[in-house]
Design a binder for this molecule. Structure first.
Ligand code: AMP
Length: 416
């Protein structure tokens, strides 16, 4: 039998690469915690209906969901994105508003895998539920922007748009449909059916013929209510005040049906254009109600961890050293000293490791090097019988013999 492999479109994140994941999630957690957002862990699967509500017309719901029936015949789906789960949790638990939360979680989409596109990818998300204040839009966008800045990413482009309110949508859709119908012959073949069924989805098509048609189509921001226009102006003023550069992109409609008013996307220009979206988000003022909750506005974003790290590679930034061990204990006198010393060091707050299986001195010193340790604590038969430890500086090569009982103190002093 062929040996098993990770399923197509998924991958293992192994050390040392995984240390960048850890560092990225820790950076994000700190940023969000510092802005009053708390962590939500929601299930990786939900009732299918939770996700169906986010967009009947979208490829995400129609074609890309991992749906299944459990052994009792319940219809479930793996989470294809994070916002619907948060909205469901909001309805279920009724927290006080604004409810500001973040998550770091996998999303599952049956997409065609390629560089930067996976069937299981991982998102850093933020959601602020329960306020219509445009300054909250600014806060949310600024958090995503500041995360990228803190990673050292410089080539990030922020696109913003307004999609107006649900009441604006229908008259606009009529205009758009009429326009697309008139130009039906010029659309890319693949987009013709879509134009009739889900005209909005045609606006972000990447097919050249369709893009030519769409360029002169009626634009959503020109057909939204005065309230939505004022909201969008306040968001732009806020971004300006926070010195966050942005580009207004009237064709940015995002992939899901639930978006209202502010939408945005962050692109990494260091990446290949096909997969350069490193994050996106927007308002979803009708989503909670659509899921059966009280009318409640909300705004959030999701950023793709894989793509963020690809962008960091492309910009040669956010390098994380994979050295996690400060001290390596080398024991060629039976192993008890290594067993006890690493425990003592670790309990004393010092990152320490050791070799196993009674390896030779040479092999253990090699492991110490590979672990990137600053110091080696060496115990051979002489040290064992005299109750001492040899402390060797692996960078400078100096070494000294100290009493076993003073080893922790000596290590602390040397490391500080
Ligand atoms: P979306 O909800 O589609 O805007 O996704 C949010 C972010 O997740 C995107 O901006 C990407 O960075 C990332 N993302 C979405 N789909 C994938 C995928 N299939 N593989 C890797 N990253 C993805």
């Amino acid at each position: 039998m062929a040996s098993p492999k990770a399923p197509i479109g998924t991958r293992d994140i192994l050390p040392p690469e995984s240390s960048r994941w850890e560092a990225l999630i820790a950076t994000f957690a700190q940023l969000m915690g510092g802005a009053g957002y708390g962590l939500v862990q929601s299930p990786a699967f939900e009732d299918l209906s939770v996700f169906q509500r986010i967009g009947e017309g979208t490829d995400l719901v129609r074609k890309e969901m991992y749906e299944f029936e459990d052994k009792s015949g319940r219809h479930l789906a793996l989470r294809p994105e994070g916002t619907a789960s948060i909205a469901r949790a909001f309805i279920q638990h009724r927290p006080t508003t604004p409810w500001k939360v973040w998550y770091a979680a996998p999303s599952f989409r049956y997409e065609r895998p390629q560089a930067g596109r996976y069937r299981q990818h991982h998102q850093l998300g933020a959601e602020a539920v329960g306020s219509l204040d445009p300054d909250l839009d600014v806060e949310v966008i600024a958090l995503a922007w500041d995360l990228f800045a803190s990673l050292g990413l410089r080539r990030v482009v922020l696109l913003v748009n307004t999609m107006g309110d649900p009441g604006d949508r229908e008259p606009y859709m009529e205009r758009l449909s009429a326009y697309l119908e008139k130009h039906r012959g010029d659309l890319a073949d693949e987009d013709r059916k879509k134009a009739a069924e889900h005209p909005l989805r045609v606006l972000d098509s990447n097919r050249a013929a369709t893009r030519d048609v769409v360029r002169d189509a009626p634009r959503l921001p020109d057909h939204v209510s005065g309230d939505a226009v004022a909201h969008f102006e306040r968001v732009q003023a806020g971004l300006g005040a926070l010195e966050i550069p942005f580009v207004i992109e009237p064709l940015l409609v995002r992939g899901l049906d639930y978006y209202t008013r502010t939408t945005f996307e962050l692109q990494a220009s260091a990446l290949d254009t096909a997969q350069d979206a490193i994050g996106g988000g927007g308002r979803y003022d009708g989503l909670v109600e659509a899921l059966g909750g009280p009318p409640t506005p909300g705004i959030g974003f999701a950023l793709g961890i894989e793509r963020i790290l690809l962008a960091c590679n492309a910009e040669d930034t956010f390098g994380v050293s994979d050295t996690s061990v400060e001290v390596f204990v080398v024991d060629v006198a039976g192993g008890e000293s290594a067993r006890d010393l690493v425990a003592e060091l670790r309990r004393g707050g010092i990152a320490a490791d050791r070799a196993f299986d009674q390896r030779s001195m040479k092999a253990q010193m090699k492991s110490a090097d590979r672990a990137g340790a600053r110091l080696a604590l060496i115990v051979g038969p002489d040290e064992l019988s005299s109750g001492t430890v040899t402390v060797r500086d692996l960078e400078g090569g100096d070494q000294e013999v100290v009493a076993r009982a003073d080893a922790l103190d000596r290590v602390r002093k040397t490391l500080s």
